[in-house]
Design a protein around this ligand. Structure first.
Ligand code: NAD
Length: 256
């Protein structure tokens, strides 16, 4: 059995990715997130698929909690083979009004937490000559939109960090890749629909068609299943040369 640690996996995309790893029955899963039902989610998926699970509510803003989550995971499962940096937040606002504390939190949660966690798992991966790091960036890791300055800076940042990980990890069979989703209908996006409606001064119903899916050629929300399947592929033993990539799964948004 291998072990995968997925941040922000008690909700949305992280939970969808966890389910795809669980389906393979080849991974124990360390769940994480701020949702209070996180322990139940971890238990239920463990029972459903007959795999080992644990839950940590380590806060991405607190590096010491992240290091403890890694230590607890290693104490329970012996090692961490795959790290999925997925936890993330968003705030939508014009630059001149963008609250400084929101900027700092977005950079810390979406980018800096991935540094602390990668650093914490790196030595073990290097020693075992196996590691897979998957960063959930965004289509906004490759292109920008207005009113999301901190998010776009953080997601471009994680794409850059992914490339450095890939280069430093190459001699040790540690790969690093980013997945860049278009819009996925999760709690994070439900909240944006409300925020965007306010910022643009249009009804919420128009936000989906006129703003969100406007940039995607395929006018469908991206599913968590396809993102999870991509992550499982990137984590596989055979994917040793799949590294340093930022893979858009965005309905053709980046093709334009
Ligand atoms: P979500 O709100 O459903 O889930 C976010 C998860 O991160 C939750 O489990 C939450 O508890 C956790 N989290 C947030 N702040 C945290 C903190 N301080 N400490 C620990 N955990 C914290 O959102 P989602 O849509 O599933 O987003 C997951 C990732 O996918 C994010 O990085 C997001 O930027 C990215 N993404 C989302 C979309 C989309 O359309 N939903 C598109 C592209 C990229």
């Amino acid at each position: 059995m291998k072990t995968v640690l997925i941040t922000g996996s008690s909700s949305g995309i992280g939970l969808g990715i966890a389910r795809e790893f669980a389906k393979t029955k080849q991974f124990n899963i360390i769940f994480n997130g701020l949702e209070t039902n996180g322990p139940e989610i971890a238990n239920e998926i463990g029972k459903e698929f007959g795999i080992g699970t644990m839950f940590s509510n380590a806060n991405m803003l607190k590096p010491e909690e992240l290091r403890k989550m890694v230590d607890d995971g290693i104490a329970k499962f012996g090692k961490i083979d795959v790290l999925v940096n997925n936890a993330g937040i968003q705030h939508v606002s014009a630059i001149e009004d963008f609250p400084e504390e929101k900027w700092n939190a977005i950079i810390a949660i979406n980018l800096t937490s991935a540094f602390h966690l990668t650093k914490a798992v790196w030595k073990g991966m290097k020693e075992r000559k196996f590691g897979r790091i998957i960063n959930i960036a965004s289509a906004h890791g490759l292109v920008a939109s207005e009113f999301k300055s901190a998010y776009i800076a953080s997601k471009h940042g994680i794409v850059g960090f992914t490339k450095t990980m890939a280069l430093e990890g190459a001699p040790f069979n540690i790969t690093a890749n980013a997945i860049c989703p278009g819009y996925v209908k999760t709690p994070l996006v439900e909240k944006q629909i409300v925020d965007q409606a306010k910022t643009h001064g249009i009804p919420e119903s128009e936000v989906i068609s006129k703003i969100m899916l406007y940039k995607q050629a395929v006018k469908e929300f991206v599913t968590v299943e396809i993102l999870g399947q991509a992550a499982v592929l990137m984590a596989s033993d055979g994917a040793s040369t799949l590294t340093g990539v930022a893979l858009p799964i965005d309905g053709g948004w980046n093709a334009q």
